[in-house]
Ligand binder design. Structure first.
Ligand code: HPA
Ligand code: MG
Length: 178
């Protein structure tokens, strides 16, 4: 437990846990010998994970390019739920093999939207890597290709993830307990 901003944070996944799983994920991705790989980080929550993952990919002799997209998701109903592009990619992705990187997979709506978008723009593949998977939250059928941790059903913060724009700087994933 640590205190930040007057709140008590319980660690769920430590810096060491995260570093170990990212190395494992990078080895799995590298084992598929991706050529011409374009990593697309879904902002904002994935920025630290994506930064660590591409450096781990380098250690596994994968040389990706990097792009960013920001999406926002509205509505929480099982049928509704609209996804919108807040900031689009800069470049063309036709003919590219894309790896979509996000912090957390929950309902699946945002990541399904992202994958369909990449494929509709001509990507030759669009795999998904997430640090955390909250399977109990899924409302559509979607599986990530690479997962760091199965995440318990808590609202988590740190390692890029926020509550009301705070706690992104924590080097581990935790939850606010009080
Ligand atoms: N933490 C932070 N951001 C999130 C979460 C979470 O658990 N779920 C969806 N966005
Ligand atoms: Mg967020």
């Amino acid at each position: 437990m640590i205190r930040v901003r007057g709140k008590t944070i319980e660690t769920l996944f430590s810096e060491e846990d995260i570093a170990r799983e990212i190395e494992r994920m990078a080895a799995e991705i590298a084992a598929h010998k991706p050529e011409n790989l374009l990593v697309v980080a879904v902002l904002k929550g994935s920025f630290i994970f994506a930064a660590d993952l591409i450096r781990a990919l380098h250690r596994h002799h994968v040389a990706p390019e990097m792009e960013f997209i920001q999406l926002s998701s509205y509505g929480t109903g099982t049928v509704g739920g609209d996804v919108r592009i807040v900031r689009d990619l800069d470049g063309q992705i036709a003919g590219r093999k894309v790896l979509i990187v996000d912090d957390i997979l929950e309902s699946g709506r945002t990541l399904k939207f992202a994958r369909d978008l990449m494929l509709s723009r001509g990507a030759t593949g669009a795999e998904i890597a997430v640090l955390l998977d909250k399977r109990m939250r899924r409302v559509i059928e979607l599986e990530a290709d690479y997962v760091g941790f199965d995440c318990p059903d808590h609202f988590v913060v740190g390692y890029g993830m926020d509550v009301a724009h705070t706690f992104r700087e924590l080097p581990f994933v935790g939850r606010v307990v009080s």
